[in-house]
Ligand binder design. Sequence first.
Ligand code: GRG
Length: 304
Amino acid sequence: MQSPLATNDFTILQSQLTETVSALNDAMEDLLPELEGCKEDKIIEAMRYSAFSEGKRLRPFLVVNSAKLFGVNFASAIQVAVAIELIHTFSLVHDDLPAMDDDDFRRGQPSCHKKFDEATAILAGDALFALAFEIASDDSTHPDPRVRINLVKAISQAVGYDGMVGGQMLDLISETEKLTFSEVVRLQRMKTGALFELSCEAGAILGRASQQSHQSLKSYANNIGLAFQIIDDLLDSEGTRTETGKLDVDEKPHRETLIHHIGPEKAREHAQVLANQAVEYLKPFDERANVLRDLAHYIVDRKE
Ligand code: GRG
């Protein structure tokens, strides 16, 4: 069979992704059910509005396919995939707030604070974050408490000052201060790469994998995370509100990206180099990691 890299045909990968999305939505329906009859139901409505909106679900796909490398039970993997997707959703809800990126649209629909109001969006984000930890630490996620503690620790590290929060801080600083190339790379590693790393590491944690396997997967994720962000910035810089579901870049304050440093063509080439590097790190997993290999190339090839 020809590789997707040669043909740009990601049909099989897309159908695998669709299967994961369906399993994820079912699990999320159980873990974040509709509630009726309480005065505070609006918070659940806002959480569900954001969580069930149409995202690409790449992070859950990474969790499921890293876990598969170690023969992890699918129910455990999908539960952790939900937890990580909820954290991602939380970060998007807060990122869209006027005090942060100030985006009126997300995933092609009004962002949470536009659909509801700012206070509700802040609370919905907080509740999604809390629910993610509740799920990760629940007995049903993994029978071994050490595994659950390792998961919770990995999640905490990915989201904290040395992860997404730190990356977001740098991003906000870049509105008014010029960042060097390596500072932009650090920003993107923290803001975007940390959750990609966590998604792959979660599979290794659930599978009680060796340190070497952990490291290989983290390096893979690190590279695709950076490649993903470069393509995201390219799509943002080329796209319009209708194509990306976001505000036109011209309407937004300046934020530093690698495109500002090396230009769009070199940025795309760099993303391709990163995807190739990512694939190199999968060698220890032989053909069992083919889905992850395809995903690395898909991330660079994607049009949305
Ligand atoms: C404490 C977790 C936590 C976060 C607070 C707001 C914040 C700090 C961080 C923002 C992080 C952020 C929004 C990063 C952007 C990463 C990114 C490229 C998001 C878009 O990912 P896609 O394209 O989104 O996978 P979909 O909609 O497809 O899920």
